[in-house]
Design a protein around this ligand. Structure first.
Ligand SMILES: [Zn+2]
Length: 479
């Protein structure tokens, strides 16, 4: 292991051991309410053995802490961390947009070596760990060398991302992207050469190879299938890879209706909107996650609902890119599960995504408490719904085993410091709302994944080294 002082090491109980452990916090979120006087017991494999009355067991006391299940970040492009702060200026005479931002993102994507991809990813995953994330869905589309030629190992860059997540201590779904073209009747774009695999057979061969290697390595990593968008993947290719994903039982993620131009191009090519196309071709299922799903009609929302598909909203990125507002109110009304992602990583704070889901609708509708289901009642109802997006729904979206702390699930959890100024004084009933709407990231104190502690007192053991390598990378890229 590299980096971290002896003093740091000292604070990481359990880091290198996998003994059975029992933790006793002041409060534990069980999916419905905070419970007092209960302890969380994990077996040697890092799986929750039971949630038990505190009187019955010897426990490691977590003082002034609440324990909550680890957050699941369902949509990430880790390498985009390198352009944070570098795209907040005008580049066009009239209007900057998603499309002008994309030019800047591409220019960064063209420069990264395999080791750079590792360093950038580790930086993004470190920040996720510090903010309570224990599993991530990485929508990975960098496959080739900058000139478009394949590396000897077609999954070289994917494996750098997986290694970065596992070194930080996170679980990862490597959602391997299929990308075939610039768009319908659109000339090839040389800036996309690193992404493109023109044949679905080549794509599936590379996917299977990666899946086999990750399984053999027995790390906290698995694969998923991610056709980039209806723009980038023509229908025949799309059908082939989604059918293969369904046959293999893999999650399927796809950018859907992020921008109006994507919807109109799809209508021009197929006479149907992206969701209508996916629905009528039978490609939606409960394994399918539509990332963004912003520019959708009520009919499209019903089609997503009928198929039990999941939506992944990324409000901190969507507001940064001017994409539009996810109609979470309408999605909730049709019982569509919504997960959350930090996407471009302009911010990495899943609670900010959770509260933005609600806040942007408040601004749009000039109302308060929009996403609460009136029948639920109680001060925690809205917060519990948003927290479910950041945990349970995210885990279902990426095929992760966590999301809730109950017997048989992994011991993936974080603690919140009840004395942190951002939430201090909350009652047991108010606490989840205080956390979801008001907690600052520094309120998150300790993080465990599979019963192993990866963050202690707000710091990761390798933090100094990860940050210093990332600073070197940024200097190399931009100065
Ligand atoms: Zn994305």
């Amino acid at each position: 292991m590299v980096g971290g002082s002896d003093a740091d090491r000292h604070r990481f109980h359990n880091l290198d051991s996998s003994n059975s452990t029992t933790w006793l916090p002041d409060l534990l979120w069980d999916g419905n309410a905070f419970r007092t006087d209960v302890a969380l017991e994990s077996d040697e494999a890092g799986t929750v053995a039971r949630v038990v009355s505190a009187k019955e067991v010897e426990s490691t006391r977590l003082r002034n802490c609440a324990v909550l299940p680890g957050l699941v970040n369902a949509h990430s492009h880790a390498f985009q961390r390198v352009i944070r702060g570098r795209t907040e200026h005008r580049t066009a005479n009239q209007h900057d947009s998603f499309w002008t931002w994309r030019e800047m993102m591409y220019s960064a994507a063209l420069r990264l070596t395999p080791e750079d991809v590792y360093d950038a990813s580790r930086m993004a995953f470190l920040e996720m760990a510090l903010s309570g994330v224990t599993a991530v869905g990485e929508f990975h589309y960098l496959h080739h060398a900058p000139d478009g030629s394949p590396y000897n190992d077609p999954n070289l860059l994917a494996k750098q991302v997986v290694r970065a997540a596992n070194d930080v201590g996170l679980r990862i779904a490597l959602l391997r992207v299929a990308y075939a073209r610039a768009g319908f009747e659109t000339l090839a774009n040389p800036q996309q050469l690193r992404f493109i695999e023109t044949s679905p057979d080549v794509y599936l061969r590379n996917l299977d190879q990666l899946a086999g290697e990750l399984k053999a390595a027995d790390k906290m990593a698995w694969t998923g299938v991610a056709p980039h968008s209806v723009r980038a993947v023509p229908l025949n290719y799309l059908k082939k890879v989604i059918e293969a994903a369904n046959a293999r039982g893999l999650p399927v993620h796809m950018h859907v209706a992020e921008q109006p131009a994507e919807v109109s191009a799809c209508i021009e090519e197929y006479g149907r909107s992206p969701v209508a196309l996916l629905s009528t071709e039978g490609l939606l299922s409960e394994r399918f996650t539509a990332v963004h799903a912003i520019h959708v009609t009520p009919k499209a929302i019903r089609q997503l609902a009928d198929a039990r598909a999941i939506v992944c909203a990324c409000p901190t990125t969507e507001r940064n890119l001017g994409d539009g507002i996810v109609p979470a109110d309408k999605l909730f009304a049709e019982n569509v599960r919504v997960s959350l992602g930090s996407d471009s990583h302009v911010q990495i704070d899943l609670f900010e995504d959770a509260r933005a889901l609600e806040y942007q609708l408040r601004l749009q509708r000039m109302e308060r408490v929009v996403l609460a289901n009136a029948a639920d009642g109680g001060p925690a109802a809205l917060a519990a719904r948003l927290f479910e997006c950041a945990t349970v729904n995210g885990a279902q979206s990426i095929g992760a085993p966590g999301g809730v702390l109950e017997q048989g699930r992994p011991a993936d959890f974080f603690t919140v410091d009840l004395d942190d100024p951002s939430i201090a004084g909350a009652s047991v009933e108010d606490l989840l709302a205080a956390i979801v709407f008001s907690a600052s990231r520094v309120a998150i104190k300790d993080v465990w994944v599979g019963g192993k502690q990866i963050v202690a007192e707000g710091r990761h053991a390798d933090q100094e080294e990860i940050v210093s390598r990332f600073k070197d990378l940024q200097r190399k890229l931009w100065s």
